[in-house]
Design a protein around this ligand. Structure first.
Ligand code: CS2
Length: 506
């Protein structure tokens, strides 16, 4: 430990402009156990709880973090040294910065070292909500069939070994079994991932998991556990050395893992809980009876918009979202994609002006103080794109609409996976659980133009839909042509799109 590291006893040394937890942390109880303490959780849910804890009477809603993955060991060590405190640097588009220390986490259990401790904590009577940010891939959802991927080796392991789980579902099932056997109240399982109907999906996955492990438990879960759907939003880039240095200078204390995020935050939650809940609305979240239209709007515009910029921008040679969207060719392409291919597929939302929402998104993406890397955005595209973008393509095709703008993005993903360099020949940093398959299929493109689309767990039957595959072939031809230029291709695609739209409306 450095002798100047952030911890509880040093909070008092911080300059007065830093917002520190102004509540008695020794009085807190962990009513929430959160699995997956990534940057997003620390900028979002843990921040909301930090705000709520300023209201007396909320002491039972602090958070115990859980790390399931071996690579959470370092995070655990840092959090323990820092009394689970960390700094949050909130960067507004106009340059204003809010510096905070977040105190809502009061414990962290690293599952690989002590699986039983995690099960016991989840089963503990104080735990009312088990929340999750396990990433889109963590749900083991086959996006095309909508079912649990029972071929996943970790799922197979957990079905056979209920006492030594690996996956979030395995842990949750083990703890709910203890609750059931002891006639205790069920906790709520609250997903905070970017999946449409994230609560319903979590429920479906958990029930199909437990149906294979313990049928009685499965029935009990069906009757007793609430799975609220929610829309979560806050752009949280990966922490860089510059972020750490900023905190050292500004806070005068060292934080080994600060979080930087944008100033915008949104959380829309269905009010459906099994055993009570925090009054998140007092901290700025919103309770609604049906979150469906909010989630769809956010995932199909923001998350898909990120992927559009991420893939096209990477091929061009850009490194961050703000840099990419500040280029008007990319901003125009993004806006046309949102207006012409996504918006017609969205439901009306009372009180939300979609044009304003899209304007705000572009402003948020352009925030020059948030250096959100395209590598982060494109990471795990195989788990993201089916939910963010491919769904929009299927819906447009079913409605008989052109979707050539989204199609170019899929073709660009093929080029990206095949060549793994930008058109300016910089190597791309690709992280994806399906990296090998993506590369293998993409690399067949030279001899079989549609090869990439044969990854049917990602694309379903797109390959069989001529309205899609013809545009896709054209996009591949353009992208693979000698001295191909992504910006030129985007412009041509946009021009043709406008011609198609004009012809359709005439
Ligand atoms: C991003 C999200 O992972 C991604 O591709 O689109 O992490 C995004 O920044 C958040 O969902 C914002 O709420």
């Amino acid at each position: 430990m450095t002798n100047n590291q952030l911890n509880q006893s040093r909070l008092a040394n911080l300059p007065s402009h830093i917002d520190i937890p102004a509540y008695d942390r020794s009085q807190l109880k962990a009513g929430i156990v959160h699995i997956g303490v990534g940057g997003f959780h620390r900028a979002h849910q843990a921040m909301y709880i930090n705000e709520l804890l300023k209201t007396p009477g909320s002491e039972q809603w602090a958070i115990c973090g859980v790390g399931l993955l071996e690579n959470n060991r370092g995070l655990r060590d840092i959090l323990v040294k820092q009394d689970y405190l960390y700094s949050l640097v909130v960067r507004h588009p106009n340059g204003q910065i809010d510096n905070k220390v977040i105190g809502s986490m009061i414990d962290f259990i690293f599952a690989p070292d002590n699986k039983q401790a995690v099960i016991d904590k989840l089963a503990h009577v104080d735990t009312k909500v088990v929340s999750l940010t396990i990433t889109e891939g963590g749900y083991n959802l086959n996006p095309i069939t909508g079912d649990l991927d029972v071929k996943n080796p970790d799922i197979i392991h957990d079905i056979a070994n209920p006492n030594t789980p690996i996956t979030a579902f395995g842990y949750i099932a083990a703890a709910l079994k203890i609750r059931k056997d002891n006639n205790m109240q069920a906790f709520t399982v609250q997903s905070c991932d970017n999946i449409q109907h994230n609560g319903a999906v979590t429920r479906k996955m958990l029930l199909s998991f437990t149906a294979q492990q313990d049928k009685e438990l499965s029935q009990w879960i069906e009757q007793h556990v609430a799975f609220p759907n929610a829309m979560v939003d806050r752009i949280t880039p990966v922490t860089t050395k510059a972020d750490i240095d900023y905190v050292t200078q500004t806070f005068g204390l060292q934080d080994e893992w600060p979080i930087t995020c944008e100033s915008f935050a949104q959380w829309v939650i269905e009010d459906n809980f099994s055993d009570g809940r925090p009054n998140w609305d007092l901290a700025g979240a919103q309770f609604v009876s049906d979150v469906t239209p909010f989630e769809k709007m956010k995932i199909r515009l923001l998350n898909a918009g990120h992927s559009v910029l991420g893939l096209l921008g990477s091929i061009h040679g850009y490194a961050t979202i703000d840099e990419t969207v500040s280029d008007k060719d990319f901003a125009q392409y993004l806006r046309a994609f949102m207006d012409l291919e996504v918006t017609p597929m969205l439901d009306q939302l009372d009180g939300i002006d979609l044009n304003e929402y899209k304007d705000t998104l572009i402003e948020r993406f352009a925030n020059p103080n948030i250096k959100d890397s395209l590598a982060r955005i494109c990471s795990e595209s195989s788990a993201k794109l089916p939910k963010f973008l491919v769904a929009t393509i299927h819906e447009n095709l079913a409605a008989g609409n052109d979707c050539s703008l989204a199609t170019l993005v899929i073709a660009t993903w093929c080029l990206y996976s095949d060549k793994q360099v930008s058109q300016a020949r910089q190597a791309l940093d690709i992280q994806d659980a399906m990296h090998n398959e993506l590369t293998e299929y993409a690399q067949k493109t030279a001899t079989d133009k549609l090869a990439f689309l044969k990854l049917d767990s990602l694309f379903g039957d797109l390959i069989e839909q001529p309205a899609f595959s013809q545009n896709y072939s054209k996009a591949i031809d353009a992208l693979y042509a000698p001295s191909s230029n992504i910006k030129q291709i985007m412009q041509n695609t946009l021009e043709q799109k406008h011609n198609t739209v004009t012809a359709e409306t005439n």
